[in-house]
Design a protein. Structure first.
Ligand SMILES: Cc1cc2nc3c(=O)[nH]c(=O)nc-3n(C[C@H](O)[C@H](O)[C@H](O)COP(=O)(O)OP(=O)(O)OC[C@H]3O[C@@H](n4cnc5c(N)ncnc54)[C@H](O)[C@@H]3O)c2cc1C
Length: 340
């Protein structure tokens, strides 16, 4: 066996909430053959596998009686190009923001709005990462994955991934069945700027940008994100803890009777999205701290670990928030973060 396996290993450095739980077994995989060894080892112990990238979208509520595999399959290269696109293949273990920077450096457009999202490339399709008007689904070509039960390799086309708002086949029907090994992107040779969303335009003006470039958009996004979101290295968190609920226009009309100021973003002719952060804030949670757990003082959508919070305490806090939003607004918030 060539992979190194540690037993009863602390996962604290491997989740951005900084929760101190132990993995029964822990290993790092740098290649397909490492992954196959980890799978064989898990089978021999009759244990499940849990794959981690950067641990920036998980909340551990207990020790993990599993084989935890840190996916470190690397590599990023243009595999094909045509008149309009670069087709870029990226190993699942590559750091997402470093990949965005490589894309900007090489003039591969399409992911500049997704700058500074923590974590690894392989987790991107899990919840169809998105920010500032762009989602992974806008640039995804296909996803290569290894089946944990059959060792089959499969290439999921964009359609097969069933991507939705923070959703995918990997998070639903096929949960726990696949290890994503490589993500294939279809990036643009000529940028299509999306700057109307989330104050990017204002930020570009502040930066005195006259000629738009993907680099300028990325810098603006980084600037906005750093001013609004807590840095997990300083304050443990996993970004947005809840999804923004999508409701029907009829439900929104009822909501307005409770609070006429509730903002909304159109999703379709029939549905709108409501900012969960607004609802949570209006229920009085913004900036609250209970023991070591808290709700961030600038962004109520983000739960934080002020020190030695336990995962179960953060889960309980999230349940109280869900309940109070439901009582006030009759809307049931869903968690975006994956609980284990
Ligand atoms: C400060 C902050 C800001 C954030 N902002 C955003 C944002 O703007 N938009 C957004 O969408 N998200 C955001 N997130 C959430 C998070 O960064 C993303 O979801 C990211 O893609 C998670 O990557 P990761 O490698 O850390 O995944 P992990 O937390 O390691 O894993 C997340 C899930 O994916 C699974 N998984 C991971 N890698 C693989 C793989 N190779 N194969 C199969 N399953 C896998 C894990 O088992 C787990 O279920 C933010 C988080 C933080 C802390």
């Amino acid at each position: 066996m060539s992979i190194e396996i540690s037993e009863n290993y602390s996962l604290r450095p491997y989740n951005t909430f900084g929760i101190d739980v132990q993995a029964r077994f822990f290993t790092r995989a740098y290649s397909h053959s490492d992954l196959n060894e980890a799978i064989a080892f898990a089978k021999s112990k009759n244990l499940e596998i849990l794959v981690l990238g950067g641990g920036s979208n998980v909340l551990f509520t207990q020790d993990q009686n599993k084989v935890v595999v840190l996916n470190r399959l690397m590599g990023k290269q243009v595999e094909q190009e045509n008149e309009n696109n670069y087709f870029v293949g990226v190993g699942a273990g590559e750091n997402w923001h470093e990949f965005v920077q490589t894309a900007i450096h090489n003039n591969w457009a399409g992911i500049e709005n997704l700058s500074l999202i923590p974590g690894c490339v392989g987790a991107g399709p899990m919840q169809n990462i998105g920010a500032y008007g762009v989602e992974l689904s806008d640039v995804l070509h296909s996803v290569e994955a290894l089946n944990i039960h059959t060792n089959e390799n499969h290439v999921f086309s964009l359609n097969e991934c069933e991507l939705g708002y923070r959703e995918s086949i990997f998070k639903r029907k096929e949960k726990g069945n696949w290890i994503i090994t490589k993500v294939n992107f279809e990036l643009l040779k000529r940028p299509r700027f999306k700057v109307e969303y989330g104050a990017i335009q204002n930020e570009l003006e502040k930066m005195n940008v006259d000629i738009l470039s993907i680099e300028a958009v990325s810098q603006a996004v980084c600037q906005i994100r750093s001013s609004k979101l807590p840095d997990p290295k300083v304050l443990g968190n996993a970004g947005s803890f809840f999804k923004n609920p999508t409701i029907t226009i009829a439900q929104y009309d009822q909501l307005k009777q409770i609070d006429e100021h509730v903002p909304f973003y159109p999703v379709s002719d029939l549905e709108v999205k409501v900012p969960a952060g607004y609802l949570i804030e209006k229920c009085g949670w913004k900036g609250k701290q209970i023991g070591s757990c808290g709700v961030h003082h600038l962004q109520a959508l983000v739960l934080v670990n002020h020190g030695n919070a336990k995962g179960i305490e953060l889960k309980n806090l999230s349940e109280e928030i869900i309940q109070s939003v439901h009582e006030k607004y009759a809307i049931k918030l869903e968690r975006e973060v994956n609980l284990y």
